[in-house]
Design a protein around this ligand. Structure first.
Ligand SMILES: [Zn+2]
Length: 130
């Protein structure tokens, strides 16, 4: 989901699902579709450092304020944040990527899933050793 980087991928090379925290739990149908209809057999799950989905509670005020500024009622904005933040909080980037990779491997046993980690300041992609 991060807007700091753009992936340069050739046309028709890959399905790309961008989500906060490399969290595919709420994009499962998109993944299933890519596998079943797009016939993909590999998933590169790319997380990154400095992820906004880490320590979400620290962004509560900023998020609520941003929603209020576009016209939301403060209580509605607070409730919205408190409802969804726990679902999207990932804790630690690397631990979350590894747990998500495990979950995807169980869900899609014939698909290879690779845990990758991007360091934003270095512009480098790493394979996470399991
Ligand atoms: Zn992120």
């Amino acid at each position: 989901m991060d807007n700091r980087k753009h992936l340069n991928i050739p046309e028709k090379f890959a399905y790309i699902i961008r989500t906060g925290g490399a969290n595919l739990r709420y994009s499962e149908f998109n993944v299933s579709y890519a596998i079943a209809v797009g016939e993909i057999s590999y998933i590169a799950l790319i997380g990154h450092d400095q992820c906004g989905m880490v320590n979400l509670i620290s962004k509560k005020e900023q998020c609520v304020e941003g929603l209020v500024q576009i016209g939301w009622e403060p209580d509605m904005a607070k409730d919205h944040f408190m409802h969804f933040a726990p679902l999207f909080e990932i804790g630690n980037e690397i631990d979350f990527i590894l747990s998500e990779v495990k979950r995807l491997r169980i869900r899609y046993p014939k698909v290879e899933v690779a845990p990758l980690y991007y360091r934003v300041d270095e512009n480098k992609l790493y394979v996470i050793k399991e």
